[in-house]
Design a protein around this ligand. Structure first.
Ligand code: NAD
Length: 490
């Protein structure tokens, strides 16, 4: 395997993990994963095909019904999740390097956000594992009737690259707490942290076959996985286009699905807000991870009376952000993930200019090596423009003025997305009215972007998807109710 000396620890895993064993793909294929800051290959990774997916699903099925896993108690599953969390905590340095070099996110951001969030999520569901219970529901006087919570079965987990490890853990942790087994296909752009997690899970005591990791491409490994008859639930995070494909594939076998999809989230700033705070936090909401965040603040709606001053401050802040290699300290923004993504983002910048919006700052590529895009603020945007309707997934924001609350709500709700929204005001009545009226799975008031393992996360339908990750409700994704009637034999 060709692995560059990018890491200060023994080289990362690059094989498939199936049934607790590491091995190459059945056809011997591999693919390169790149460092998007340098465009250099980090490693060649085994590329799963349909036969490997068959093997992984069979292994997950066996582990669901035979061996140690079906015999574990909730308390034991909780202990395994806690041990896994402890390994992440102890070896955070390794994970920071893998995730940041593979995904392009600055080291400091991965260390501050992704890894602690993954650890917290594992510990949160560790706490649930022995509390997933049914109810005794008296229905007849002559029978004991009760429900049990049983695992849904074999879960297909498919995740994107922007929070590769964290998004994987959001699904794996509750699925394991419920007693499911898993076949996970990480993004072909960021396979390394998933493989690391697979090794750590074995070390934490997870029986072989419970968590299988099969890197590969969406059109091959992904499509084979979501159309597999041996899958009981598909838990997907990614683009609306892939979500549509998965929904159609799931219809064939009537497989359960959860779809966490895209966003075009509004941040609505009223004149009575703390403007400095709104600029600061909306800017990080827009540019964190080079804007490659499903809930990025991509549409900033500003009261007309403060619009020009706001644009000026936001542009100054965007200008002051330091772009650079994620390994360097003090870098705020890394590259976008790939050449394709950079071309897409630059394409949208050109569309915005052609539509008549003004790039107040940014507006092009930064440098010639690595996939860096300048943080770009568009003013003069209207609600009908493509840049204000379509998910760009890069460091590009549109600022639009509004005259009153009515217009703010109409603009905020005027897209096909419904993932998240923010409101900036000191008026509690207005904050309440706005949060009631905004079509969003999460409404932040006087803040932008926090998520927490305890709070359900997801869209209100449309292009943002269906279902919820996180919180108590994620337990419903991975367990099913079974009713038992217990009657005396006559
Ligand atoms: P993507 O849909 O291209 O890929 C996501 C995953 O799906 C990858 O693992 C990919 O290999 C796989 N895939 C692609 N085609 C497939 C197919 N035909 N069958 C099965 N699997 C397939 O998305 P992306 O570009 O990696 O990620 C960006 C998208 O993810 C954005 O739309 C973003 O908003 C969304 N996202 C949403 C959330 C959320 O919580 N709602 C979080 C992060 C990202």
């Amino acid at each position: 395997m060709n692995i560059r000396a990018d890491f200060d620890f023994p080289h990362p895993r690059t094989d498939l993990l199936i049934g607790g064993e590491w091995g190459g793909a059945s056809k011997g294929k591999t693919f390169a994963t790149l460092n998007p800051a340098t465009e250099e290959t980090i490693a060649e990774v085994a590329e799963a095909g349909a036969a490997d997916i068959d093997a992984a699903v069979a292994s997950a099925r066996r582990a669901l019904t035979h061996g140690a896993w079906p015999a574990t108690t909730g308390a034991e599953r909780g202990r395994i999740l806690n041990r896994l969390a402890a390994i992440l905590r102890e070896r955070t340095n390794e994970l920071v390097q893998l995730e940041s070099i593979d995904g392009g996110k600055p080291f400091a951001a991965t260390r501050r956000m992704d890894i602690p969030a993954a650890i917290d999520c594992l510990e949160y569901y560790a706490g649930w594992a022995d509390k997933i219970a049914g109810d005794v529901i008296p229905a007849r006087r002559d029978a004991l009737t009760f429900t049990q919570r049983v695992p849904v079965g074999v879960v297909a987990v498919i995740v994107p690259w922007n929070f590769a490890l964290m998004n994987a853990v959001w699904k794996i942790a509750p699925a394991l707490a419920c007693g499911c087994t898993i076949v996970m296909k990480p993004s072909e752009l960021t396979p390394l942290s998933a493989l690391w997690l697979g090794a750590a899970a074995l070390e934490a005591g997870l029986p072989p076959g419970v968590l299988n990791i099969v890197p590969g491409f969406g059109a091959d490994a992904g499509a084979a996985l979501v159309s597999h008859k041996g899958i009981d639930k598909i838990s997907f995070t990614g683009s609306p286009q892939t979500g549509q494909f998965i929904m159609r594939a799931a219809a064939e076998n009537i497989t359960r699905i959860g779809l966490e999809l895209g966003g075009k989230s509004p941040s609505v700033v009223f004149a009575d807000a703390n403007i400095e705070q709104a600029v600061r936090q909306t800017s990080s909401g827009a540019f964190f991870n080079a804007g490659q965040v499903c809930s990025a603040a991509t549409r900033i709606l500003v009261d007309r009376s403060i619009h020009d001053a706001f644009v000026e401050k936001l542009a100054a802040r965007a200008n002051a952000l330091r772009l650079g290699d994620p390994r360097e300290p003090d870098v705020n923004i890394g590259p976008v993930i790939s050449q394709k993504q950079m071309d897409r983002v630059l394409g949208y910048i050109e569309i915005g200019k052609a539509e008549g919006a003004q790039a107040v700052t940014g507006g092009g590529r930064a440098g010639e090596r690595g996939y860096f895009v300048q943080p770009t603020v568009f003013a003069g945007v209207t609600g009908g423009m493509r840049i204000s309707q379509e998910e760009i997934f890069g460091p590009v924001v549109s600022v639009m003025p509004f005259a009153d609350e009515e217009e703010a709500v109409a603009l905020a709700n005027g897209t096909a997305y419904s993932l998240a929204a923010a409101v900036w005001t000191k008026d509690i009545d207005r904050a309440t009215r706005m949060s009631n009226r905004l079509d969003a799975g999460t409404v932040w008031i006087n803040t932008y972007g926090p998520t927490d393992a305890r709070l359900p996360w997801g869209g209100m339908g449309g292009q943002s998807g269906i279902g919820r990750d996180l919180g108590r409700s994620a337990l419903d994704n991975y367990s099913e109710q079974k009713v038992v009637w217990l009657q005396r034999a006559s």
